[in-house]
Ligand binder design. Structure first.
Ligand SMILES: Cc1ncc(COP(=O)(O)O)c(C=O)c1O
Length: 370
């Protein structure tokens, strides 16, 4: 009789559904039997500008050392980040993408009998990392698609150890302002770690979208996570970071794999941090692309959720799955979000002007088919 290794997995893992990433261009090219160059991917909130030339040069310089393990402490990158964030290097944790930081938090602070609070329609990794360690998820209802911070506060109980908040959130693009954040932090019990996920902050930071780092000095229970995958254009290299109190950083460091960020990623991230103009250009291109998409959607009579990130969740007013399939047949990959409890929406990442045009034309064509 064969052993059932699914039944032997810990109960939380048995019930897990794996994360579904955006469809890769090559996969669709194989399925459609067409040239990958004819396909556009606006499905994973990547930076359409291509990586910063400075990051590319840093990677080339680093290639000679591929035979060596990376610096397991990421000394240079941590020092640069500490300087940029106005903190000490011992407050920075490096991750294999910011997803790694979220997972380290779950492994260090959650366990069966404990729970994490997050919002309805929140980023899919929160339930995954929570369930993977056998902890419970307490999901607070969203308000107008966004995080309802008072509802999240109300969901906290004596077994809550972590609250995951994305500002802006993916896949909704919704955000909350500085006073909402300040009120929330002041009210959260001191023994609950608030993970403020700012993967998209560089696209929208300003009067309406607060910089979480400004609250660190007052709240030792705050961790701000950020990434080089979006505005810094390095999604493929997998590098992100958390900024927290030194104690929380020390705890995360205990469960971190020793070489979780590779040497090419470390070098590229340092160079990307210095390329201030690239990030500014990414933000400008995103703002222009957002306007272009919004204008096109208006002409199509569609509405969308206002967004401060590099994507829009479009309300099709009908089931999105068939429109997604229709777009695939046009060589346009976007993201269905039915799994987020948003069956009538499709999420589209802001692309280059030509890509946005192609998307809008393909969408018009698919919708016209009925
Ligand atoms: C809200 C949010 N947080 C975190 C991440 C993780 O990004 P990465 O692991 O590439 O840093 C993403 C990626 O899409 C995201 O949307």
């Amino acid at each position: 009789m064969s052993v059932d290794f699914l039944a032997l997995a810990q109960p939380g893992v048995q019930k897990l559904s794996p994360y579904v990433p955006g469809k890769p261009v090559d996969e669709l090219a194989r399925e459609l039997g067409i040239d990958p160059a004819r396909i556009i991917k606006l499905a994973s909130n990547e930076n359409p500008l291509g990586a910063s030339p400075k990051a590319l040069a840093a990677i080339r310089d680093e290639l000679a050392e591929l035979t060596r393990y990376p610096d397991g402490n990421g000394f240079n990158l941590k020092a640069r980040l500490a300087e940029r964030c106005g903190v000490q290097a011992n407050q920075v944790t490096l991750g294999n993408g910011s997803n790694d930081i979220l997972e380290l938090v779950a492994r260090a602070y959650l366990a069966p009998g404990l729970n994490a609070v997050f919002s309805e329609h929140a980023f899919a990794i929160y339930p995954i990392v929570t369930q993977a360690v056998g902890a419970d998820a307490r999901v607070a209802p969203a308000k107008d698609w966004g995080h309802d911070l008072p509802a999240m506060l109300a969901a906290i109980d004596s077994n809550t150890r972590v609250v995951f908040i994305a500002n802006p959130n993916n896949p909704t693009g919704t955000w909350f302002g500085p006073s909402a954040l300040a009120d929330f932090l002041a009210a959260v019990p001191e023994n609950v770690l608030v993970v403020l996920d700012e993967a998209y902050i560089e696209y929208g930071e300003g009067a309406e979208l607060p910089n979480g780092l400004n609250y660190l000095a007052d709240y030792p229970n705050l961790l701000v996570s950020r990434t080089f995958s979006k505005a810094y254009g390095l999604a493929s290299l997998r590098v992100g970071y958390g900024v927290s109190s030194p104690v929380v950083a020390d705890v995360l460091n205990r469960v971190r794999q020793p070489f979780n960020v590779n040497s090419l990623a470390l070098a590229a991230a340092c160079a990307a941090l210095d390329d201030v103009e690239y990030v500014a250009q990414s933000r400008r291109a995103n703002e222009a692309g957002m306007q272009q998409l919004e204008q096109g959607l208006r002409l199509l009579g569609l509405s969308w959720i206002p967004s401060k990130a590099n994507f829009l969740a479009i309300d099709l007013g009908r089931e999105g799955a068939s429109v997604y399939q229709g777009l695939l047949r046009e060589g346009v990959i976007v993201r269905p979000v039915g799994g987020y409890g948003m069956p009538n929406h499709l999420r589209v990442s802001i692309g280059l002007p030509g890509e946005n045009t192609r998307f809008l034309e393909a969408l018009a064509k698919v919708l016209a088919r009925g």
